[in-house]
Write a protein that binds this ligand. Sequence first.
Ligand SMILES: [Zn+2]
Length: 321
Amino acid sequence: MNTLTFASLTALPGQRVQDYVNVDIKGIVVRLPVYLINGSESGPTLLVSAGIHGGEYPCVEAATRLGRAIDPDKLRGRLIVLPSANPIAFKARSIYVTPVDGLNLNRQFPGDPTGTFTQAWAAWLFQNALSKADLYIDMHGGDMIEALVPFVSFNITGNEEVDAKARQMAEAYGIRAMLVKRDAGGLAGTTYAAAARAGVAALLTEAGGQGVWTEEEVDILQDGVRRVMARFDMYENIADAGEAAVELGGWEWLRSEHEGLFYPAVAVGEMVTEGQAVGHIADIFGNVLQEAHAPVSGEVLFLVTSLAINDGDPLMAIAYE
Ligand SMILES: [Zn+2]
């Protein structure tokens, strides 16, 4: 049995350690909260992160509850929980980006220590956390201006062992909608794509949104982690198996081509048919600038709920079978 070390923190076998790690990134001190739970028996190292985007709250609450609840005496392996992995964005209640440099942290991985603040923070997280895990779950949700249907996603890397483990995690999680990403460049720079390319079985999970958090959404996310831990024989299972995973064929994103006001004509979770009018963008005087039509038939998986919209912003994603 070995000690579990993370930056300046160390947990002995059978021990839980919870504290802040202070990291100087480009002259800014990041105060990163960390839970280390070192099991009394050997097993995989699972990393769970939340709050990569600062305005996604159910995942942050789910992660803190896991960090406090998992009993090291019953754990086989190691659990590292980063409940607020982008503390500066969390404090600022920032949508999508980190305010220091306006970059989306979840587009910067594996990061660049010589880059801007967000690029260097991604590099620190990748080197100290993501690359050191056997299994990785990055929990998100809709941002403050997004509603979504809960979903899980993983990347196909070509490493069959890693890909098979990621699929096992996705299928165990208990969320119905499962997106399998086969174009590695599709969302370049995400946590779970970068980790998967480095040989870490990695899963993205999403629940909640619109700047609020509910017990139901917190439970969807924390129960899923417990089911994955049970699937890999790290911890006792919970009684409720959750929803059976259904693999989707893919998703199409609609984007704004104008700055203006967004009027969706559909609700999140609604089924739409190809060509259906799903919303429009108008200027402040009511002149229609853009009609949005469904590019495919499927389910509205996420929807931007902000009246204010910028040129190039996502409007919604439609998932198809
Ligand atoms: Zn997010």
